[in-house]
Design a protein around this ligand. Sequence first.
Ligand code: SAM
Ligand code: FES
Length: 347
Amino acid sequence: MTNGDRIERLYRTGDLPDEELSALLVSLDQKEFEHLCERACEVREKVYGKEVYLRGLIEFSNYCRNDCYYCGIRKSNRLADRYRLAEDEIVACSDAGYELGFRTFVLQSGEDLSYTTADICRIVSRIRSRHPDCAVTLSIGEKSRSEYQAYYDAGAERYLLRQETSNPVHYRKLHPPGLSIENRKRCLYDLREIGYQVGCGIMVGTPGQTPEYIIEDLRFMQKLDPQMIGIGPFIHHKDTPFRNQPDGTLQDTLHLLAILRLMFPHILLPATTALGTIHPLGREMGIRAGANVVMPNLSPRGVRKKYLLYDGKICTGDEAAECRACMERRIAATGYKVVVSRGDYRA
Ligand code: SAM
Ligand code: FES
């Protein structure tokens, strides 16, 4: 089979055998890549038209009890300048975001146990009652099923938790003992069963990642059947154990985005900040490869620079309104359009 045949088969059937997927992942020339992107855009437009959805990201705390080797806010990074937002500040971010046309708020943080389950539930329900036409997404890590249930009952309908890698050996290379892929997967299945719209995902180009591991991830995603998949390049952070590791590449990330779109035609797929960090037009290229979500930052300007997961993170100096306007211009330049909408999954 040629790469052209593989792309056409993936386009028609949404799947390929492992060895064909592997061939597609490792060898693609520029023309073949363009063919892949054209097909990805066609599939996306059948489901979502030209619409691109906005998520307002509120990074409310950079305290974390975990020590993931790749992450700039890991607990052992003594140089991280820690902050946590008060409940009223978080709610105020959502009010400001609402005025700017956001209809989804993503509350993200390290695993900061100083916010109790009751605190998170109160924050979620305050935002939902002030803005009933908005969705709240949580991205606050691994919790017990009963905690997930409590957030859901309080009004959180979506949850983002990347598996990072589905392979247990690779997982142990990226995380210290105590964290396991088994628990990560347990969380994802609990979230699905409770009724959340679930997002999983991986970083592209993490140390030790192989095409076989990526295929394992794709197979896991097929089983989980998520509504969102977040992928972005791994980018080193100077104060982590992975400081000397090479970053993931733009091309590999775009390539995987387009394959994901063909395998999961209905998926909500962000063009991430990390993609915009490794190339100034990375997010626009992500949209052209099949992504349909962007997540501008709504965190107060004073704390943006502190939520530094990796070196060089973009958009840390702008006001929320500037980010919003900038994103609108950038998306318009791709031929797509930002819409004021919750941007729910379309089955
Ligand atoms: N604590 C929550 C969790 O674990 O899901 C949410 C915060 S965590 C910082 C959000 C995501 O950032 C992770 O899932 C990971 O994929 C990504 N991330 C962390 N360090 C990164 C790095 N060095 N390069 C790119 N992405 C990174
Ligand atoms: Fe916890 Fe990165 S180590 S958010």
